[in-house]
Write a protein that binds this ligand. Structure first.
Ligand SMILES: NC(=O)C1=CN([C@@H]2O[C@H](COP(=O)(O)OP(=O)(O)OC[C@H]3O[C@@H](n4cnc5c(N)ncnc54)[C@H](OP(=O)(O)O)[C@@H]3O)[C@@H](O)[C@H]2O)C=CC1
Ligand SMILES: CC(C)(CO)C(=O)C(=O)O
Length: 330
C-alpha cells in the first residue's frame, strides 16, 4: 500500500494518478480536503489533456499502519511534525520519499525516522487545486528520486500512473538546481500573475536572475554543485533570463511550455491565506549565504516581501517596481 502523507496539491495529484493507474493508495491529510474528496471524488488533470477519476479515494485524517511506501507531501515547515506523527506507524525498512521543495527535508526525516529508508525527491511540475476535488498539473516536469534498489518494487506503479520515477544518482545536485528555479516562487507570488505571463516579462526575469546570482555565489562558497537542468549549465540561467523578451521566448521555449494558468505553490499559499514556504526557498539561500560569508540581500528582501504579503501586504508588483525595490536592497 502507498500512503500519501499530507495530501494537498502535490499529494492528491500524484496519489490520484497512482490510484487511477490501479495502485492501492491511502491519503492522509486535513479534514477540509477529506470532506471535499468524499463529496466530489478525486479528479486529476494535466496540461496534455489527461483527465483521470478516482471515485472513492481512501482519504483519512490520521496516520495509518502497513504502508510499504510513504510519499511525504507536506510543506517544509510541517516536515518534523509529520515525521513524528508517522513514526509509530512505520515498520523497519519502510520507504519514505520526500516529494518536497527545499534542501533539508530528507535530513529532517532521516533524523526522526531512523527505522525508515528515507529518499529525497523532487517534483519538477506545478500542481494547483483547481476546484472541489480537482488537481491540475500545469507545467511539464518529472518526479525525481534519489536512486535506490528499494524503488524497484514501486517503479511499475509510477510507470502505470504516467509519472515514471526518474532515479537520480545526484539528487542533491538536482535539488540545488530546482531551488534556483523555486527562487521564482516569490517573484511569481508577488507579481500576482500566472507563471507564463510573469516569466514572459524581462523585468520579472531580471528579479529572478538577481536572486539566482546570489544563490550561485552561496553554492560556490558552500561547495554545493547544482545539476544541469534541461541540459543547461545552471550558471547560464541568469544570463538566459536577462535576454530581451523576443530572444528569451525563443531560447527558453521549453521553460515556457506550460498551461497559461499555471501558478507557483507560493502564489497558491498566499491565495489560500496560508503561510508560505519562502523561508525554505529564498530564505534558504539567505541562510546559506550568511553561513558561508557571501551576500544575499535580494533573497532576504524577497523573503521579507513574501512575509509582508502573508500579512495582507502588496501582491501586485509590476516587474519594474519589484526590480527597482530589489536593486535598492542589493
Ligand atoms: N504545488 C506545486 O505545484 C508544487 C509543490 N512542490 C512542493 O511539494 C510540497 C507540497 O506542496 P503542496 O502540495 O503544494 O502543499 P499543500 O499545502 O497543497 O499540501 C500539503 C497538505 O498537507 C497538510 N498537512 C500539513 N501538515 C500535516 C500533518 N501534520 N498531517 C497531515 N496533513 C498535513 C496541509 O494542510 P494545512 O495547509 O491545513 O496545514 C496541506 O493540505 C512542498 O514542499 C512544495 O514546495 C513542489 C513542486 C510543485
Ligand atoms: C514547479 C514549480 C517550480 C512551479 O513554480 C514549483 O516547484 C512550485 O510551484 O513550487
Amino acid at each position: 500500500m502507498i500512503c500519501v502523507y499530507g495530501a494537498g496539491s502535490v499529494g492528491c495529484y500524484v496519489g490520484g494518478r497512482l490510484a487511477a493507474g490501479g495502485a492501492e493508495v491511502v491519503f492522509v491529510g486535513r479534514e477540509r480536503i477529506a470532506a471535499e474528496v468524499a463529496t466530489h471524488g478525486l479528479t486529476v488533470t494535466d496540461l496534455h489533456g489527461a483527465e483521470l477519476r478516482v471515485e472513492s479515494p481512501r482519504y483519512g485524517t490520521a496516520p495509518v499502519a502497513g504502508a510499504d511506501l510513504v510519499l511525504l507531501t507536506v510543506k517544509s515547515a510541517a516536515t518534523a511534525e509529520a515525521a513524528d506523527a508517522l513514526a509509530p506507524h512505520l515498520e523497519a525498512g519502510t520507504v519514505v520519499v520526500s516529494l518536497q521543495n527545499g534542501l533539508r527535508n530528507a535530513a529532517v526525516l532521516r533524523e526522526r525516522l531512523p527505522q525508515a529508508r528515507v529518499l529525497a525527491g523532487t517534483v519538477g511540475f506545478n500542481v494547483v487545486h483547481a476546484g472541489p476535488g480537482r488537481f491540475h498539473q500545469g507545467t511539464a516536469g518529472d518526479l525525481g528520486v534519489e536512486d535506490h534498489a528499494a524503488l524497484d518494487a514501486f517503479a511499475p506503479d509510477f510507470a502505470r500512473a504516467g509519472l515514471p520515477l526518474v532515479r537520480e544518482r545526484d539528487l542533491a545536485g538536482v535539488q540545488a538546481a530546482k531551488l534556483l528555479l523555486n527562487l521564482n516562487n516569490a517573484v511569481n507570488a508577488l507579481s500576482g500573475l500566472p507563471l507564463k505571463t510573469e516569466l514572459s516579462q524581462r523585468d520579472y526575469r531580471r528579479c529572478l536572475a538577481l536572486a539566482q546570482r546570489e544563490a550561485l555565489a552561496a553554492y560556490r562558497a558552500a561547495g554545493v554543485r547544482p545539476a544541469k537542468s534541461a541540459g543547461l549549465d545552471p550558471r547560464l540561467l541568469p544570463v538566459l533570463l536577462g535576454l530581451p523578451d523576443a530572444l528569451f521566448t525563443r531560447a527558453a521555449a521549453k521553460m515556457l511550455a506550460m498551461d497559461p494558468h499555471a501558478r507557483s505553490s507560493t502564489w497558491e499559499d498566499l491565495e489560500a491565506g496560508r503561510p508560505t514556504e519562502v523561508d525554505y526557498l529564498n530564505g534558504e539561500i539567505a541562510a546559506l549565504a550568511a553561513e558561508h560569508g557571501t551576500a544575499a540581500p535580494v533573497n532576504r528582501r524577497l523573503t521579507a516581501l513574501v512575509h509582508a504579503a502573508e500579512r495582507g501586504g502588496r501582491r501586485d508588483w509590476t516587474g519594474a517596481a519589484l526590480l527597482a525595490e530589489l536593486r535598492r536592497a542589493a
